[in-house]
Design a protein around this ligand. Structure first.
Ligand code: NDP
Length: 372
């Protein structure tokens, strides 16, 4: 069988330490086509840190399934529309992020918080409860096609190339949402700009620095070494702090920041108690990175500056539209390295991401050749 009955993707078959990045072509049956669905012929998909956690089953999910096709920063062309889809036409260039479905009826969805809907389905690694009573595993964008509910499909502005836009669909929105929700609206006398810290310069950090700068913040970047300093400045950082190179680094920013968005994807050597000291009285720490082991933090650290700590998941439909508008207005672009999709290309991309070797996202390209 072929499209539209089956799709084909590059799947991880075994998350073991020896085989997690070895992918093979895999034919799978997508969810049944429903009235609000859009089928997309994929042209580009970039590689997120979450693809790596999922390929290795690093979060130890008991309901993880393999073969698993990762990928949730997807761009392509619309090739099929359900009868109730009104926002798109055949041939439109569109994108999809990490969320593929929500109930869109509950009070959470109705308050533009559908990313927290208890019925959400992630673009890959989730389970669709189909209208016909069956279940389908969701599979991601290292594939020839994606089938997604129209609410989670977005027009891509013509100013952005596929590769410049793809990482925005997850890395971009995941950093944009906590910034626009938490940047203080009022500042104390004598302070002209909100002061925002971004921890970690990987895919999310690369987007977060640009958003913070574009949103008019004084932007502080915390990276472990000075290796990425020049890039951080080009991305819009005002201050760069190499945390592993100066044991007293926190003294440079103590009680200074209104908000920190942390994108670190590992807790190894991560001293949260020290990072929290960078916050002002009542400042906020928002974690978006999802390390595989917990951080350790003492309640005394919160007492020192009455700071708050929380987390954030992706971003909403409304925020996605606002984010793309800002990208066009302020010239924000994802920095990517392109790799043609193939078994070797996916392996290379996943490993570059896992071992901190890409600047700052790998975008898989040339889907037409791989799936000819
Ligand atoms: P990357 O691998 O591209 O970047 C992660 C960065 O974190 C690294 O470049 C590094 O920056 C920093 N880092 C890693 N380990 C440590 C450590 N022990 N201490 C301090 N910094 C560290 O990953 P992504 O940016 O793609 O993703 C980051 C995390 O965000 C992942 O865990 C991912 O699963 C999660 N995520 C969460 C989402 C959400 O909705 N909350 C959505 C998407 C992703 P440096 O070299 O500068 O120190």
């Amino acid at each position: 069988m072929t499209y539209p009955d089956t799709f084909e993707g590059f799947a991880v078959f075994n998350p073991s330490p020896e085989t997690w990045s070895t992918v093979k072509k895999y034919e799978f049956t997508p969810k049944p086509f429903e009235d609000h669905d859009v089928d997309i012929k994929i042209q580009t998909c970039s590689i997120c840190g979450s693809d790596v956690h999922s390929a290795t089953n690093g979060w130890n999910k008991t309901n993880a399934y393999y073969p698993l096709v990762p990928g949730h920063e997807i761009i392509g062309k619309v090739v099929r529309l359900g009868p109730k889809v009104t926002d798109f036409k055949l041939g439109d260039r569109v994108g999809v992020g990490a969320q593929a479905q929500a109930c869109l009826k509950c009070k959470i969805c109705k308050s533009n918080n559908e990313i927290y809907c208890p019925h959400l389905v992630h673009t890959f690694g989730g389970v669709y409860q189909n209208q016909d009573g069956t279940e389908t595993h969701s599979q991601g964008g290292y594939s020839n096609y994606a089938r997604i509910n129209d609410y989670f499909v977005f027009h891509i502005p013509e100013e952005l190339s596929n590769e410049e836009a793809a990482p925005m669909l997850c890395a971009g929105i995941t950093t944009f949402s906590p910034l626009v929700r938490n940047i203080p609206k009022e500042l104390p006398e004598g302070q002209s700009k909100p002061r925002v810290g971004i921890v970690g310069l990987g895919g999310l950090g690369m987007m977060g620095i640009q958003w913070a700068h574009a949103l008019g913040c004084e932007t502080f970047v915390f990276s472990r070494t000075s290796r990425k300093k020049a890039d951080a400045i080009k991305l819009g950082a005002d201050q760069f702090i190499a945390t592993a190179e100066d044991p007293d680094w926190v003294k440079k920013v103590e009680f200074d920041l209104d908000l920190v968005v942390c994108t670190a994807n590992s807790a190894e050597g991560f001293d949260l108690n020290t990072y929290l000291r960078s916050l002002k009285i009542g400042g906020k720490w928002v974690n978006v990175g999802l390390p595989e082991t917990p951080f350790t933090v003492s309640p005394r650290s919160f007492m020192a500056n009455a700071c708050f700590m929380g987390a954030s998941h992706l971003g909403s439909h409304v925020e996605m539209i606002r984010m793309f508008k800002l990208a066009v207005e302020k010239g924000v672009r994802a920095w990517v390295e392109k790799i043609p999709i193939s078994s070797d290309g996916v392996k290379e991309g996943l490993e570059r991401c896992r071992y901190n070797k890409c600047r700052y996202r790998v975008a898989l390209t040339d889907f037409d050749k791989a799936f000819a």
